[in-house]
Design a protein around this ligand. Structure first.
Ligand code: 13P
Ligand code: SF4
Length: 307
C-alpha cells in the first residue's frame, strides 16, 4: 500500500505535467522535496535553470530571493514560491536605501550583490554573485575596489582570493554564523583523516580549518568524485541528505544547524501551490529590468561551478 507521502509525490508529479510546470529545488530542502524536483542545485545552478526553462510555470522550493531571481530572469513565466513566508534573514539585512547610502560613501567602488538580496537591492548593484562564482566575479571587475553586500563572511573569504579592495556590509547568514571554531576543531580531532568542507558563508575562524571552501553545488561534485571518505561539513545540516543521495559510500558529518526558512516548504504546500497558482512572485518592471542586468552580467561570467 502506498504511504501518504508517496501519494502526495504522485499527485504533485501529475499536477506538474498538467500545468506544464518545472519544479526547482535548493539543496537545503527537505529530502522528500527532492523526490518531486526537476532539478536540485545551488543558487547559481537554479538561476540558470530558471532563465532557460520553456515551461509555463516555475515552482520554487527554496526561499523568496531565489524565486524573485527566477522572475527577474524569466518574466514571461508564472513564478510561484511554494511557501509564502520562506524568506532569507541575510537578504533582509540590507535594503536599497542602505545600499544607495553606502554607494555615496564609495563613489569609485563597483557594487557586487550576493544573490541573497531582494530585487530592489539587486537593482542598485552593478553585478550579482553567488558562493560558486564570487571570486571570478570580483576578479572580473575593472575597478580596484568593490562594495560587497550583504554577507561580511563571503566578503572576508573573497578578500583572501583577490587583490581588489573589498568594502563589506555587516550582514551574515544566521545559520552559518552560528557554526563555531571549536566545533570544527573537535570534529576534526574526533575524525582523524576526515576531509573538512566549509561554505564561504561561515566565519573566517571556521574557514581557517577547512580543506575546501565550496558552494553547495561544488560540495556535491566533490562528494560524487570522492568515495569511501569521511566528510565533515560546515553548512546547513540537510545538505547531508543530498550528498548521501548522490554518494552513500562516504560518511558525512555536519557541524551546522537547520535553516528554518528552508524547511517551510512541504509536499502539501507544493501541491497547493500547483493547484491554486500560489504564491505568485511579482517584481515591478523598472526594478526587474535593473536587477536583470546585474544577474545577466553574472551569468555571462560563469564561474567555477558554472558552464
Ligand atoms: P549556495 O547553494 O549557492 O551555495 O548558497 C547557499 C545559500 O545561501 C542558500 O541559502
Ligand atoms: Fe538565508 Fe542562510 Fe537560510 Fe540560506 S541558509 S536561506 S543564507 S538564512
Amino acid at each position: 500500500m502506498e504511504t501518504k507521502e508517496q501519494n502526495l509525490i504522485k499527485e504533485i508529479k501529475q499536477l506538474k505535467e498538467k500545468r506544464n510546470a518545472v519544479i526547482l529545488v535548493h539543496n537545503y530542502q527537505r529530502p522528500e522535496i527532492y523526490e518531486i524536483a526537476d532539478f536540485i542545485g545551488d543558487s547559481l545552478e537554479l538561476s540558470r535553470k530558471a532563465a532557460e526553462t520553456d515551461k509555463d510555470i516555475i515552482v520554487f522550493c527554496g526561499v523568496r530571493f531565489m524565486a524573485e531571481t527566477a522572475k527577474i530572469l524569466n518574466p514571461g513565466k508564472t513564478v510561484i514560491l511554494a511557501a509564502e513566508d520562506a524568506g532569507c534573514p541575510m537578504a533582509e539585512m540590507i535594503n536599497a536605501k542602505q545600499l544607495k547610502e553606502l554607494k555615496k560613501k564609495h563613489p569609485k567602488a563597483a557594487v557586487v550583490c550576493y544573490v541573497n538580496t531582494n530585487a530592489e537591492t539587486k537593482a542598485e548593484c552593478d553585478i550579482c554573485c553567488t558562493s560558486a562564482n564570487v571570486v571570478d566575479i570580483v576578479n572580473s571587475l575593472k575597478e580596484g575596489e568593490a562594495i560587497m553586500a550583504p554577507d561580511k563572511n563571503l566578503a572576508a573569504y573573497t578578500q583572501t582570493k583577490t587583490k581588489k579592495s573589498l568594502i563589506p556590509w555587516n550582514g551574515y547568514c544566521p545559520i552559518h554564523q552560528e557554526i563555531k571554531e571549536k566545533s570544527a576543531v573537535l570534529a576534526k580531532k574526533q575524525n582523524p583523516g576526515a576531509i573538512f568542507i566549509a561554505h564561504p558563508e561561515c566565519p573566517q575562524e571556521v574557514l581557517r580549518h577547512a580543506d575546501y571552501i565550496f558552494s553547495t553545488g561544488k560540495m556535491l561534485d566533490f562528494a560524487k568524485e570522492n568515495t569511501n571518505k569521511t566528510i565533515i561539513l560546515a553548512t546547513e545540516t540537510d545538505m547531508i541528505n543530498r550528498l548521501e543521495k548522490e554518494n552513500p559510500k562516504n560518511k558525512y558529518l555536519s557541524i551546522g544547524g537547520l535553516c528554518p526558512d528552508m524547511k517551510k516548504t512541504t509536499l502539501e504546500k507544493v501541491k497547493e501551490a500547483l493547484e491554486k497558482n500560489q504564491y505568485e512572485i511579482k517584481v515591478p518592471e523598472d526594478t526587474r529590468k535593473k536587477a536583470e542586468s546585474s544577474l545577466r552580467k553574472m551569468i555571462a561570467i560563469g564561474g567555477k561551478h558554472g558552464k
